[in-house]
Write a protein that binds this ligand. Sequence first.
Ligand code: CTP
Length: 397
Amino acid sequence: MSHQKKTVVLGVTGGIAAYKALDIVSRLKKYDIDVHVIMSNSSCEFVTPLSFQSLSQNIVISDMFAEPKSWEIQHISLAKKADLLLIAPATANIIGKVANGIADDMLSTTVMATKAPVVFAPAMNTNMYANKIVQDNISKLKGYGYDFIEPNSGRLACGDNGTGKLADTKLIADIVISKLHTCKDLVGKKVLVTAGPTIAPIDPVRYISNRSSGKMGYAIAEEARDRGADVTLISGPCDLEIPFGVKFLKVETNGDMLCSVLKIYDNMDIVVKCAAVADYKPKKYAKEKIKKTDKEFTLELEKDNDILYELGKKKKNQILVGFAAESENLLKNAEAKLNKKNLDMIVANDISCNDTGFKSDFNRVTILTRNDKFSLDKMTKKEVAHELFNLINKLKR
Ligand code: CTP
């Protein structure tokens, strides 16, 4: 995300899910977003404005406490200030009002007056959500360019089962952050990212793998998505949530990853190979669990594919970016890989530092191109991803 401070106006309407909107505020604040909350009267019955005020550190506007008609002026300033207007939870009532041009309170007038993108995250009883009138209103609003984050299905507060639960608050916050991304310089580009470790099975219960968490690769895929690219993320096993808005493929072994990557490689514009691919695999896979004996046990390994090397050989117009995980001679080793694997760029990663690298959310890298070198300070993996694409864009063919 670019570092210019953004403003989100969050409309909270009346439903039990209103308490979940507190979490959305706190997530957005972590990204240094200025959040202004407008509460409908009925939402104040579920959560107090003071809770939103404490988290957003801004005065909460609700008609309940407003001077008569004061919203008629206030709504204009918030409508202008907003980079994005999010309504979460959005009831059938607010959806119906906006769809039919009704502007009779602070929130509905702000929605009507804003030129910023408006995103609805509906939450309501499942029968209400399925109601044709609500669905027609949603279709109508989508036709006007309003966005919706679909509700989940599951057990609702009223005891019913079905669709109507507010979408996951992390997903809502991620979508908002993604939409606030101003630099859309990868629109029309196809980007492939590989991430995480691969595993080399020994027998049905054991395997060889490595410490890669996948965090760096997932951050790269998210950054490319936020810049407007069509992203495919091919990931080895890791615990991270699948990012929204990307094509996602889960693989296990080096061979699986090679196969999946080769299927789409020719159509890609940019390929970032962040995965920590296993270089060796057991010479023989034991179909049955290997039993312990009194003797020593030796595992014979054979070389597996160097996926990036294969991609380097087949490269046509793609920009090919690799990573180099090194514990010594960082730049020398990284440069050797850049040349050997026919890359356009390599991100050199010193894995001997404890405060960055594998499990950490931070990284300190040096990015090498064919004729330049950029040493970055310690920063979050998201920020590294941002800097990486700034440099890739300079190379873009
Ligand atoms: N890579 C790959 N296939 C492998 C090994 C690595 O595609 N079998 C890719 C990684 O995704 C990374 C780059 O090659 O982008 C460098 O990976 P790294 O593990 O640092 O280097 P290796 O080539 O495996 O060399 P070494 O282990 O000797 O450092």
